[in-house]
Design a protein around this ligand. Sequence first.
Ligand SMILES: Nc1ncnc2c1ncn2[C@@H]1O[C@H](COP(=O)(O)OP(=O)(O)O)[C@@H](O)[C@H]1O
Ligand SMILES: [Mg+2]
Length: 403
Amino acid sequence: MTSPTLKPPQAISLTQIAEQAERAEAMMGQIRAAMLAPTARKAAPIFNLSQLAALLGAEKGSVSHRMGRGDLPTGRLNEAGSRREFTLAEVRAWVREYRKDRLRPAGAEAVTVSVGNFKGGVGKTTTAMTLAQGLSLLGHRVLVIDTDPQGSLTTLFGILPDTEVDERQTILPLAMGSETSIRYAIQPTYWDGIDLVAAAPVLFGAEFALPARQTQEPGFEFWNVLHYGVDDVRAEYDAIVIDTPPALSYTTINAFMASNGIVMPLPPNALDFASASQFWSLFSDLTTELLSRRGLDKDFDFISILLSRVDSSDATGAIVRQWIQSTYTDKVLPVEIPKTAVTATTSAEFGTVYDVSKYDGSAKTFKRARDAYDQFVSHIETSIQAVWRKQVQASTMNRKAGR
Ligand SMILES: Nc1ncnc2c1ncn2[C@@H]1O[C@H](COP(=O)(O)OP(=O)(O)O)[C@@H](O)[C@H]1O
Ligand SMILES: [Mg+2]
């Protein structure tokens, strides 16, 4: 058994890596300082009636009318008595009622989506978090798994990886083989409808544990540990969203092998394009080595390229977008996430566009960002629903065949 090659992307110099490391360290310092401040605990946003109506795709008047039936949460008036407010949990109860026919059908189970790319800073973690939040606002129940030892996604949940995450809240015991189901690691979060499996620097241990087990345990498949690990909880969630580290590591391979779909955020610039190309060729080499040579195979239900951090003032963007389009063709989602002050501002407060109850900056800027993320989430929801239909069909066929 050869181990996966962990070649760095050749287009990035050591100086660039050192600079990037410095930037990351400085950023972590800022994050820690702000998070440790006494007020820096995360709370889910509060919704007003207009926001509730928008999520339901209904008129405010008809929502008020529907409230009269008394079977859905009525929220409460704010302190001034001027406005009705709803918690996230209340809003999700409404959404689940209004979107009944678009939720997971009987006979289907959680669809797993990994967000991956070799590079850091392309928007993986932001994409994973907004996808989870967006899906939950569409009524779905989501399990989020952070597989990046740096724990950025964990941080977005208001949890400090270095000091607040115990090894048993991560996938490390799964990787070590002391657990076979991921259930032990699941914790509820500040966000109704999203549970979390956290990450912390100890998770680097998985990079040693998995190859060691491969040489010691006969029949062990190091790439399927997470795949089997989530089996036990697939029936309890509608989607499982996995954030991955910026490397094709043992853990990253586990994330992909556990997934129905892959989302790759890709900023339209030359370096990121080059890095992404290497990602796919390395991925292909690796899966050939691991699976094809053993007579095994793996199908993905969807692979989606998400144009991320799109800087409309960048003149080269149009050219690179052309390259992306001709390379990845129908896999490119018809939506672009703009490089936006909204994400920059909200992430400074360890949040995303969905964490904002009321944006302090320009309403137009906020809407543009929010619309882009909403569209992205909606496209992935469509892919997830297609997988559910396949699952239902398969289970019906199995039933008919008496299996
Ligand atoms: N659309 C965007 N506009 C502006 N900044 C963004 C956008 N998406 C992500 N960022 C910022 O870029 C940085 C890297 O994003 P992140 O999601 O952590 O990427 P990765 O997980 O690939 O390293 C973060 O500070 C994040 O807030
Ligand atoms: Mg990340």
